[in-house]
Design a protein around this ligand. Structure first.
Ligand code: UFG
Length: 346
């Protein structure tokens, strides 16, 4: 396969980052990863290499380290675009350590944009989140990109909103800059090869890693946070999107930036399936497809939880020509296969 342009991926050893690196490499892109390994490990590179058949360039650099980041851009003048994943992402932690979140998540983007300008790199894809919509009103469900942004419920969510503002402001100031903002819904699952997947640190906050760890008997039982929401079965509803489908959307976004000159300068896409599933549906379906029991109990609501949100992904479907269509059974199975691989379960 002929080599395509070179893409710098910050946070490229992380969960969504590593899956995206694989998809970029599968499509022939040259990839440079910048990651400080704060929430990932270097063995992820072996997994990527086993899947893609080659190893991406890896630079162990913190995006707050301006001189080192600048050196990467000097060393690889062929960089055609940046996908910026690197960020802290634990909602609860952000409430306890807001400054760490503001410093890390805002400072990293500011450095990247500054250095991109110095080196005349014009394309950036930014990882945002459906968290910017908060709890949309009923008339905005499923939520599309025009739904109002609501006041963030956590410093983490606020960093996503502020970063979107920073990108808009920079695009306004510099007409050469091209921006794609991707608002992710709830990414789950792992690569079908089980060579890469999510590596939660300590006790998982997110539903799926908790489910798979409970199935693997690392946890006694799953706690389901609330069954008294005004939804069909009383549990919260989310749009769970397969991480490999999500990764592929990044390749489409990069392709569009590099090949479609008439695009808008800043484009925003919701990345979801368009289907809302309840916590209970996820747990039941997981047990059905894997045949493994997941003990659970219903406990009180978790503070700050959104009741229900799912995407209207039409814009991404039509403009990017991308669709998240992996069946949920396959997605849940991939999550379980990854957990089994991690724990050495047959
Ligand atoms: N849940 C449980 N038990 C658990 C974990 C989660 O019942 O042990 C429930 C939650 O209450 C929620 C659903 O599973 O109803 C999904 O929870 P996650 O923590 O997996 O995902 P969230 O939608 O709460 O969080 C995600 C991202 C955040 C982002 C947030 C914005 O992980 O980064 O969406 O809404 F900020």
């Amino acid at each position: 396969m002929s080599t395509k342009p070179c893409i710098l991926v910050t946070g490229g050893t992380g969960y969504i980052g590593s899956h995206t690196v694989v998809e970029l490499m599968n499509q022939g892109y040259e990839v440079i990863i910048v990651d400080n390994l704060s929430n990932s490990n270097v063995e992820v590179l072996d997994g990527i290499e086993r899947i893609a058949g080659r190893r991406p360039v890896f630079e162990n650099i913190d995006c707050l380290d301006y001189p080192s980041l600048d050196r990467v851009f000097c060393e690889y003048p062929q960089i055609a675009g940046v996908i910026h994943f690197a960020a802290s992402k634990a909602v609860g932690e952000s409430v306890e350590q807001p400054l760490m979140y503001y410093r890390n998540n805002l400072g990293s983007l500011v450095n990247i944009l500054d250095i991109m300008q110095v080196h005349q790199v014009r394309n950036i894809v930014f990882s945002s989140s459906c968290t910017v919509y908060g709890q949309p009103d009923k008339q905005h469900l499923p939520v599309d990109e025009t739904a109002p942004i609501q006041k963030a419920l956590s410093p983490y969510g606020n960093t996503k909103q502020i970063n979107e503002d920073i990108l808009h402001d920079c695009a306004h100031a510099c007409k050469q800059l091209q921006v794609t903002i991707l608002r992710y819904f709830n990414p789950i699952g792992a690569h079908p090869s089980a060579q890469i997947g999510e590596l939660p640190n300590g006790i998982p906050n997110n539903l799926l890693p908790f489910v798979t760890q409970t199935a693997a008997r690392l946890r006694d039982k799953l706690r389901i946070f609330g069954d008294d929401y005004p939804t069909e079965d009383g549990t919260c509803i989310r749009d769970y999107i397969y991480v490999v489908d999500l990764a592929k959307a990044h390749v489409k976004a990069i392709e569009r930036m590099l090949q479609v000159p008439e695009r808008e300068q800043v484009e925003i896409f919701n990345l979801g399936t368009g289907r809302g599933l309840s916590v209970m549906e996820i747990v039941r379906t997981f047990m059905q497809v894997t045949g493994v029991r997941v003990p659970y109990e219903i406990v009180g609501r978790r503070e700050g939880d959104i009741e229900q949100v799912w995407a209207d992904p039409k814009r991404a479907n039509t403009v990017l020509g991308w669709k998240a269509d992996t069946p949920i059974a396959d997605v849940l199975m991939s999550a379980w296969n990854w957990e089994k691989k991690l724990r050495g379960i047959n």
